[in-house]
Write a protein that binds this ligand. Sequence first.
Ligand code: NAP
Length: 333
Amino acid sequence: MAQWALLISCPHPLLSVPLDSLPRRFVSSRHPERENLVATPMAQIIDGKAIAAEIRRDIAAEVAALSSAHNIVPGLAVVIVGSRKDSQTYVSMKRKACAEAGIRSVDVDLPEDTSQAALVAEVHRLNADPSVHGILVQLPLPKHINEEHILNEISIEKDVDGFHPLNIGKLAMKGRDPLFLPCTPKGCMELLSRSGITVKGKQAVVVGRSNIVGLPVSLLLLKADATVSIVHSRTPNPEAIVRQADIIIAAAGQAMMIKGDWIKPGAAVIDVGTNSIDDPTRKSGYRLVGDVDFAEASKVAGHLTPVPGGVGPMTVAMLLKNTVDGAKRGIVL
Ligand code: NAP
């Protein structure tokens, strides 16, 4: 449910709304007659950074226990080909997160001109290495390498990104369980459950149908007994569909596309989108925004994730979790 903040006429246009401009249900019943009083519904902001930090602390404890009880140190191979700045940033973030959790990071840095055959050979070597429990190949790969081919070569037992077609296929089938769930979709579900949001029986709308976010998160919602609709770039009148949703997962990569009046009051909104937009007030000249218009949505939604600080940190936490789960799978208790 939305939390309601009562504010005395606030000068900031985003923080105050005149009482008479609000639908009746938005107005707090506590002081309806007082003039100068404005009521702003405030979504509960889901702090993905704090939730991810808690998960990472639990993972570190689990890693320490695995090591002392079974002499196993989970190992994650992070493979990067070439020197794209954004990929290098993501890779170093993942390696740092491994180090903090006590997971052994196996760093494989290959030059831009690495052949597809050489990369396949590297993946096979990692598949065969018993000290490696997870393999992550940072995407995108250079144009001369077929990404699908490389992802298919990763052993499904070490597919901690959850992108292998067999893992995705099992996710799509009733009664089958994939060995790993893709990290960002898994992170979205974790945010919902840790925020006390029931999925079963709810109307969920996913905006986006990509292999790495939209499609798998739709399948996870379906597995969790939601009634799921998927909106994509060819969907006419998407706002009418989004407006039906109790749960919205936005993963279109379109800056602030989802406006406040697209959102059913009280809905839970998980914003996966990460878009950079020009911002001359910032030293960098840009800032990150989601697919949801945060200022508008925070007045309507019941729960809302910020960008940054929402889904992003959960993706890394889920990668660590998948790696530890992979390491535990080999243990005979
Ligand atoms: P993607 O591969 O580009 O897919 C975007 C999807 O959105 C496509 O299915 C596309 O539809 C749909 N779409 C595009 N424009 C639309 C519109 N105007 N209305 C409705 N649907 C539209 O992107 P992605 O890899 O899934 O990523 C989506 C966003 O999430 C990006 O901003 C990305 O940076 C972010 N992301 C964040 C994390 C994280 O950890 N926070 C992780 C992964 C991705 P079609 O299929 O019809 O083209």
